[in-house]
Design a protein around this ligand. Sequence first.
Ligand code: LLP
Length: 423
Amino acid sequence: KHCFSRGADGYLYCEGVRVEDAMAAAARSPFYLYSKPQVLRNFAAYGEALQGLRSVVGYAVKANNNLPVLRLLRELGCGAVLVSGNELRLALQAGFDPTRCIFNGNGKTLDDLKLAAGSGVFVNVDSEFDLENIVRAAKATGKKVPVLLRINPDVDPQVHPYVATGNKTSKFGIRNEKLQWFLDSIKSYSNDIKLVGVHCHLGSTITKVDIFRDAAVLMVNYVDEIRAQGFELEYLNIGGGLGIDYHHTDAILPTPVDLINTVRELVLSRDLTLIIEPGRSLIANTCCFVNRVTGVKSNGTKNFIVVDGSMAELIRPSLYGAYQHIELVSPPSPGAEVATFDIVGPVCESADFLGKDRELPTPDEGAGLVVHDAGAYCMSMASTYNLKLRPPEYWVEEDGSIVKIRHEEKLDDYMKFFDGLPA
Ligand code: LLP
């Protein structure tokens, strides 16, 4: 069951609510509209997939850092994967159990590492200097830090180069040749840190689960090698990266069950606790980015639908050439001609598009238009370019109520950056 679907009356619904009614309730656009029940369903899919394994679901907060969303995921039992001091602060604020959190990243600062060490989260070791800083943070806080070694397995995830991370030219993790050096160093720091597991993350939008299996085979070999040197490894973290059906075709894409089942036997054979770090597959399809049509124009052969949302709020099409499905919210007016349009925003550059070459009925001015699968890496990557301030967020609850879960940014918020400064 999917939360956004077209009713028999021709209107787009979010659960039982017409998106058009949510637009009236919000009384502005653009905005983000979520289905709370879809978050529950997505998490339940991972819960079912992980039956029979010791596991931690570490939600990748970078995908979506809305606080009510985080609290909901935490209540469901999620841990969190964090990549900055502020994400870590937010996760602690949202009440995540630090022992189910992992602080990850290739450029963690000493200050952020002190915060991590003090709070008791797991920390990924990414490089030689990172290891030195983790040890410094441990000494400064007097806490022994549980660490995972992030290994770059050199597996091609077959995705856009900007979201590939586990191939050998990537900036993340350590390579095989240096493993022994890291193990020796970690041993020499055994008063300050404890190696508890290994981590890899291959990339994002992965649509073939064989890739996870290939990586897991390599990773359990590392586990064997590391355990043979006397380390008590408990965790295998295979990262996140499961793709979703952005195209809304009938293509059968792997589910969390497919993902977990390709690594299940390997994990059981080594008696490991599996950590997975889903972002997109937990949150992307729970949300639509809702726009209003400002107008329709045509430049010779090219037709444009101009909407009030833009690359400022949703940059994935511009940045990765990503496809996100676009639909009109209401049935077309009688006689509306179907044509091929680029859907563009008001931002002053040609990279500002939400979709290209989409066949749609010509919309009326003011019509609602949604960009699907906007729950991951859209609001969290939003900017204020052209002073397009960040939009509000709403979710639809089980009983059909529409609840605001984030305020819109206001010009007053912006003006505060200049308070008290010389004129
Ligand atoms: N774990 C690590 C270490 C990661 O680097 C990431 C994502 C994840 C987990 C979560 O991956 P997911 O399950 O969401 O694919 N902005 C890009 C995606 C960047 C992903 C970065 N790392 C996009 O909009 O497609």
